[in-house]
Design a protein around this ligand. Structure first.
Ligand SMILES: *[C@@H]1O[C@H](CO)[C@@H](O)[C@H](O)[C@H]1NC(C)=O
Ligand SMILES: *[C@@H]1O[C@H](CO)[C@@H](O)[C@H](O)[C@H]1NC(C)=O
Length: 269
Protein backbone atom coordinates (compact mmCIF):
# COMPACT_ATOMS: atom_id res chain seq x y z
CA UNK A 1 0.00 0.00 0.00
CA UNK A 2 2.85 2.34 0.82
CA UNK A 3 4.23 1.69 -2.67
CA UNK A 4 0.92 2.72 -4.18
CA UNK A 5 0.79 5.95 -2.17
CA UNK A 6 4.39 6.72 -3.17
CA UNK A 7 3.60 6.15 -6.81
CA UNK A 8 0.50 8.32 -6.60
CA UNK A 9 2.58 11.13 -5.12
CA UNK A 10 5.14 10.64 -7.88
CA UNK A 11 2.38 10.75 -10.49
CA UNK A 12 0.94 13.95 -8.98
CA UNK A 13 4.40 15.48 -9.01
CA UNK A 14 4.83 14.51 -12.67
CA UNK A 15 1.43 15.97 -13.59
CA UNK A 16 2.34 19.19 -11.74
CA UNK A 17 5.63 19.57 -13.62
CA UNK A 18 3.84 18.84 -16.93
CA UNK A 19 1.32 21.60 -16.22
CA UNK A 20 4.14 24.00 -15.38
CA UNK A 21 5.91 23.12 -18.60
CA UNK A 22 2.72 23.82 -20.48
CA UNK A 23 2.30 27.19 -18.82
CA UNK A 24 5.91 28.05 -19.61
CA UNK A 25 5.34 27.07 -23.20
CA UNK A 26 2.44 29.43 -23.53
CA UNK A 27 4.47 32.20 -21.96
CA UNK A 28 7.21 31.57 -24.44
CA UNK A 29 4.73 31.70 -27.31
CA UNK A 30 3.51 35.10 -25.99
CA UNK A 31 7.04 36.39 -25.78
CA UNK A 32 7.74 35.25 -29.32
CA UNK A 33 4.66 37.13 -30.66
CA UNK A 34 5.79 40.26 -28.79
CA UNK A 35 9.23 39.90 -30.27
CA UNK A 36 7.72 39.43 -33.70
CA UNK A 37 5.86 42.74 -33.39
CA UNK A 38 8.83 44.76 -32.24
CA UNK A 39 11.24 43.25 -34.77
CA UNK A 40 9.46 42.56 -38.06
CA UNK A 41 12.68 42.82 -40.10
CA UNK A 42 13.95 39.24 -39.78
CA UNK A 43 10.42 37.94 -39.38
CA UNK A 44 10.76 34.97 -41.66
CA UNK A 45 14.04 33.89 -40.09
CA UNK A 46 12.80 34.41 -36.61
CA UNK A 47 9.56 32.66 -37.40
CA UNK A 48 11.50 29.62 -38.59
CA UNK A 49 13.63 29.73 -35.45
CA UNK A 50 10.54 30.05 -33.32
CA UNK A 51 8.93 27.12 -35.10
CA UNK A 52 12.03 25.02 -34.46
CA UNK A 53 11.94 26.06 -30.80
CA UNK A 54 8.28 25.23 -30.60
CA UNK A 55 8.85 21.88 -32.27
CA UNK A 56 11.67 21.13 -29.84
CA UNK A 57 9.41 22.15 -27.00
CA UNK A 58 6.55 20.02 -28.32
CA UNK A 59 8.91 17.07 -28.64
CA UNK A 60 9.99 17.60 -25.04
CA UNK A 61 6.37 17.67 -24.01
CA UNK A 62 5.69 14.51 -26.01
CA UNK A 63 8.67 12.79 -24.40
CA UNK A 64 7.46 13.87 -21.01
CA UNK A 65 4.03 12.54 -21.88
CA UNK A 66 5.56 9.28 -23.12
CA UNK A 67 7.54 9.04 -19.90
CA UNK A 68 4.35 9.64 -17.97
CA UNK A 69 2.60 6.95 -19.98
CA UNK A 70 5.48 4.57 -19.24
CA UNK A 71 5.29 5.48 -15.54
CA UNK A 72 1.55 4.97 -15.62
CA UNK A 73 2.00 1.62 -17.31
CA UNK A 74 4.47 0.58 -14.62
CA UNK A 75 2.11 1.87 -11.99
CA UNK A 76 -0.82 0.01 -13.51
CA UNK A 77 1.30 -3.15 -13.72
CA UNK A 78 2.23 -2.77 -10.08
CA UNK A 79 -1.40 -2.25 -9.15
CA UNK A 80 -2.36 -5.29 -11.19
CA UNK A 81 0.34 -7.38 -9.56
CA UNK A 82 -0.73 -6.22 -6.14
CA UNK A 83 -4.33 -6.92 -7.03
CA UNK A 84 -3.54 -10.42 -8.21
CA UNK A 85 -1.42 -10.97 -5.09
CA UNK A 86 -4.37 -9.94 -2.98
CA UNK A 87 -6.66 -12.15 -5.00
CA UNK A 88 -4.29 -15.06 -4.49
CA UNK A 89 -4.16 -14.33 -0.80
CA UNK A 90 -7.94 -14.12 -0.75
CA UNK A 91 -8.24 -17.42 -2.61
CA UNK A 92 -5.79 -19.01 -0.16
CA UNK A 93 -7.77 -17.62 2.76
CA UNK A 94 -10.98 -18.86 1.19
CA UNK A 95 -9.61 -22.38 0.68
CA UNK A 96 -8.25 -22.32 4.22
CA UNK A 97 -11.70 -21.29 5.44
CA UNK A 98 -13.25 -24.13 3.44
CA UNK A 99 -10.74 -26.56 4.95
CA UNK A 100 -11.53 -25.27 8.43
CA UNK A 101 -15.25 -25.53 7.76
CA UNK A 102 -14.82 -29.13 6.59
CA UNK A 103 -12.70 -29.93 9.63
CA UNK A 104 -15.34 -28.35 11.82
CA UNK A 105 -18.07 -30.40 10.18
CA UNK A 106 -15.96 -33.56 10.65
CA UNK A 107 -15.44 -32.73 14.30
CA UNK A 108 -19.13 -32.10 14.77
CA UNK A 109 -19.96 -35.43 13.16
CA UNK A 110 -17.45 -37.18 15.41
CA UNK A 111 -18.78 -35.32 18.44
CA UNK A 112 -22.38 -36.25 17.72
CA UNK A 113 -21.42 -39.90 17.13
CA UNK A 114 -19.46 -39.90 20.40
CA UNK A 115 -22.46 -38.34 22.09
CA UNK A 116 -24.78 -41.02 20.77
CA UNK A 117 -22.24 -43.68 21.80
CA UNK A 118 -22.12 -42.11 25.24
CA UNK A 119 -25.91 -42.15 25.43
CA UNK A 120 -25.92 -45.81 24.41
CA UNK A 121 -23.33 -46.70 27.07
CA UNK A 122 -25.31 -44.72 29.61
CA UNK A 123 -28.53 -46.54 28.85
CA UNK A 124 -26.60 -49.84 28.89
CA UNK A 125 -25.17 -48.95 32.32
CA UNK A 126 -28.63 -47.94 33.54
CA UNK A 127 -30.02 -51.25 32.30
CA UNK A 128 -27.20 -53.21 33.97
CA UNK A 129 -27.70 -51.29 37.20
CA UNK A 130 -31.43 -51.95 37.08
CA UNK A 131 -30.78 -55.64 36.39
CA UNK A 132 -28.28 -55.74 39.21
CA UNK A 133 -30.61 -54.13 41.74
CA UNK A 134 -33.53 -56.20 40.56
CA UNK A 135 -31.51 -59.43 40.56
CA UNK A 136 -32.52 -61.51 43.54
CA UNK A 137 -29.73 -62.11 45.99
CA UNK A 138 -29.93 -65.46 47.72
CA UNK A 139 -27.32 -66.95 50.06
CA UNK A 140 -27.56 -68.73 53.35
CA UNK A 141 -25.23 -70.47 55.74
CA UNK A 142 -26.38 -72.29 58.88
CA UNK A 143 -25.18 -74.77 61.50
CA UNK A 144 -27.37 -77.38 63.16
CA UNK A 145 -27.28 -76.86 66.92
CA UNK A 146 -25.21 -76.25 70.03
CA UNK A 147 -27.00 -79.17 71.75
CA UNK A 148 -24.68 -82.06 70.76
CA UNK A 149 -26.33 -85.26 69.45
CA UNK A 150 -29.51 -85.28 67.38
CA UNK A 151 -31.07 -88.73 67.09
CA UNK A 152 -31.67 -91.56 67.09
CA UNK A 153 -35.40 -91.15 66.35
CA UNK A 154 -38.08 -93.69 65.44
CA UNK A 155 -38.96 -91.77 62.26
CA UNK A 156 -37.19 -89.61 59.72
CA UNK A 157 -37.07 -86.02 60.88
CA UNK A 158 -36.39 -82.81 58.96
CA UNK A 159 -33.28 -81.18 60.39
CA UNK A 160 -33.82 -77.61 61.55
CA UNK A 161 -30.49 -75.85 61.29
CA UNK A 162 -31.05 -73.37 64.08
CA UNK A 163 -27.84 -71.28 63.95
CA UNK A 164 -28.46 -68.94 61.03
CA UNK A 165 -25.28 -67.00 60.24
CA UNK A 166 -26.14 -65.80 56.73
CA UNK A 167 -29.59 -65.54 55.21
CA UNK A 168 -29.60 -63.02 52.37
CA UNK A 169 -33.04 -63.05 50.78
CA UNK A 170 -34.52 -65.02 53.73
CA UNK A 171 -34.95 -68.10 51.56
CA UNK A 172 -33.96 -70.37 54.43
CA UNK A 173 -36.49 -70.78 57.24
CA UNK A 174 -34.95 -71.99 60.57
CA UNK A 175 -38.45 -72.70 61.96
CA UNK A 176 -39.03 -75.41 59.34
CA UNK A 177 -35.51 -76.20 58.07
CA UNK A 178 -36.69 -75.52 54.50
CA UNK A 179 -34.80 -73.63 51.88
CA UNK A 180 -37.33 -72.29 49.34
CA UNK A 181 -36.18 -70.99 45.93
CA UNK A 182 -37.57 -67.48 45.43
CA UNK A 183 -36.89 -67.39 41.66
CA UNK A 184 -36.24 -69.75 38.81
CA UNK A 185 -32.52 -70.31 38.70
CA UNK A 186 -29.53 -72.49 39.32
CA UNK A 187 -28.63 -72.96 42.97
CA UNK A 188 -25.57 -74.32 44.67
CA UNK A 189 -26.25 -76.27 47.87
CA UNK A 190 -23.81 -77.83 50.28
CA UNK A 191 -23.90 -79.66 53.60
CA UNK A 192 -21.43 -81.16 56.03
CA UNK A 193 -22.48 -83.92 58.41
CA UNK A 194 -20.59 -84.72 61.56
CA UNK A 195 -20.82 -87.86 63.67
CA UNK A 196 -19.30 -88.38 67.10
CA UNK A 197 -20.63 -91.79 68.15
CA UNK A 198 -20.47 -95.46 67.16
CA UNK A 199 -23.19 -96.23 64.61
CA UNK A 200 -24.82 -94.74 61.50
CA UNK A 201 -24.53 -91.11 60.52
CA UNK A 202 -26.04 -89.56 57.40
CA UNK A 203 -28.80 -87.45 55.80
CA UNK A 204 -31.34 -87.55 53.02
CA UNK A 205 -31.70 -84.58 50.73
CA UNK A 206 -35.28 -83.78 49.74
CA UNK A 207 -36.43 -81.61 46.92
CA UNK A 208 -40.08 -80.85 47.65
CA UNK A 209 -41.29 -84.23 48.89
CA UNK A 210 -38.92 -86.21 46.76
CA UNK A 211 -35.68 -87.71 48.00
CA UNK A 212 -32.83 -86.76 45.65
CA UNK A 213 -29.78 -87.84 47.65
CA UNK A 214 -28.79 -90.20 50.50
CA UNK A 215 -25.37 -89.93 52.10
CA UNK A 216 -24.43 -92.39 54.83
CA UNK A 217 -21.41 -93.39 56.88
CA UNK A 218 -20.86 -96.21 59.41
CA UNK A 219 -18.82 -95.14 62.41
CA UNK A 220 -16.73 -97.81 64.14
CA UNK A 221 -15.73 -95.59 67.06
CA UNK A 222 -16.79 -92.47 68.94
CA UNK A 223 -14.53 -90.03 67.19
CA UNK A 224 -15.39 -87.01 65.07
CA UNK A 225 -16.11 -87.98 61.53
CA UNK A 226 -17.33 -85.78 58.65
CA UNK A 227 -18.51 -85.91 55.13
CA UNK A 228 -19.48 -83.11 52.82
CA UNK A 229 -21.56 -83.20 49.69
CA UNK A 230 -23.02 -80.62 47.37
CA UNK A 231 -25.49 -80.27 44.54
CA UNK A 232 -26.12 -77.79 41.75
CA UNK A 233 -29.85 -77.69 41.19
CA UNK A 234 -32.13 -76.01 38.72
CA UNK A 235 -35.08 -74.87 40.81
CA UNK A 236 -38.41 -73.26 40.04
CA UNK A 237 -39.84 -70.58 42.35
CA UNK A 238 -41.33 -72.31 45.39
CA UNK A 239 -39.24 -75.47 45.09
CA UNK A 240 -37.85 -76.36 48.51
CA UNK A 241 -34.81 -78.26 49.71
CA UNK A 242 -34.36 -79.78 53.15
CA UNK A 243 -32.08 -82.26 54.91
CA UNK A 244 -33.70 -85.18 56.68
CA UNK A 245 -32.19 -87.38 59.40
CA UNK A 246 -33.14 -91.00 58.76
CA UNK A 247 -34.63 -92.91 61.69
CA UNK A 248 -32.01 -94.58 63.93
CA UNK A 249 -29.29 -92.24 62.58
CA UNK A 250 -27.36 -89.81 64.77
CA UNK A 251 -25.50 -86.63 63.86
CA UNK A 252 -23.56 -84.26 66.01
CA UNK A 253 -23.02 -80.52 66.38
CA UNK A 254 -21.96 -78.08 69.10
CA UNK A 255 -20.62 -74.55 69.41
CA UNK A 256 -17.86 -75.52 66.98
CA UNK A 257 -20.27 -75.69 63.98
CA UNK A 258 -19.49 -79.25 62.90
CA UNK A 259 -22.70 -79.83 60.92
CA UNK A 260 -23.65 -77.13 58.43
CA UNK A 261 -26.06 -76.45 55.59
CA UNK A 262 -25.53 -73.67 53.06
CA UNK A 263 -26.49 -72.58 49.59
CA UNK A 264 -26.79 -69.71 47.15
CA UNK A 265 -28.34 -68.68 43.88
CA UNK A 266 -25.73 -68.96 41.12
CA UNK A 267 -27.85 -67.24 38.48
CA UNK A 268 -31.44 -66.82 37.45
CA UNK A 269 -32.96 -68.49 34.40
C1 LIG B 1 -16.97 -86.42 70.77
O1 LIG B 1 -15.87 -87.24 70.48
C2 LIG B 1 -14.72 -86.94 71.24
C3 LIG B 1 -13.58 -87.78 70.72
O2 LIG B 1 -13.96 -89.12 70.71
C4 LIG B 1 -15.01 -87.19 72.73
O3 LIG B 1 -13.87 -86.83 73.45
C5 LIG B 1 -16.16 -86.32 73.13
O4 LIG B 1 -16.53 -86.59 74.42
C6 LIG B 1 -17.36 -86.51 72.23
N1 LIG B 1 -18.38 -85.54 72.50
C7 LIG B 1 -19.50 -85.89 73.08
C8 LIG B 1 -20.47 -84.75 73.32
O5 LIG B 1 -19.75 -87.03 73.37
C1 LIG C 1 -19.75 -70.78 64.61
O1 LIG C 1 -19.98 -70.00 63.45
C2 LIG C 1 -20.28 -68.63 63.77
C3 LIG C 1 -20.55 -67.97 62.45
O2 LIG C 1 -19.50 -68.13 61.60
C4 LIG C 1 -19.14 -67.97 64.50
O3 LIG C 1 -19.50 -66.68 64.87
C5 LIG C 1 -18.78 -68.76 65.73
O4 LIG C 1 -17.65 -68.23 66.35
C6 LIG C 1 -18.53 -70.21 65.34
N1 LIG C 1 -18.20 -70.94 66.51
C7 LIG C 1 -16.93 -71.44 66.73
C8 LIG C 1 -16.72 -72.13 68.04
O5 LIG C 1 -16.05 -71.31 65.93
Amino acid sequence: MRVVVGLLLLLLALCGSGAQGEGGGLGQVGEISEFQETAPRDAAEESAESTTKQTTHIWAEVRALRDMVVELKVFVQLLQRENSDQEMRLTATESKTTDLEKENADLQTRLSSSESELLLSKSRIDQLERENTERPKVAFYTALTDAGYIGPQNTDITLKYSKVFTNIGNAYNPATGFFTAPVKGVYYLQFTVCGNHTGLMGVYVYKNNQRIMFNVEWKEDAHYKYFTNSAVLELMPGDNIRLVLPSTFVIYDDVDNHSTFSGSLLFTL
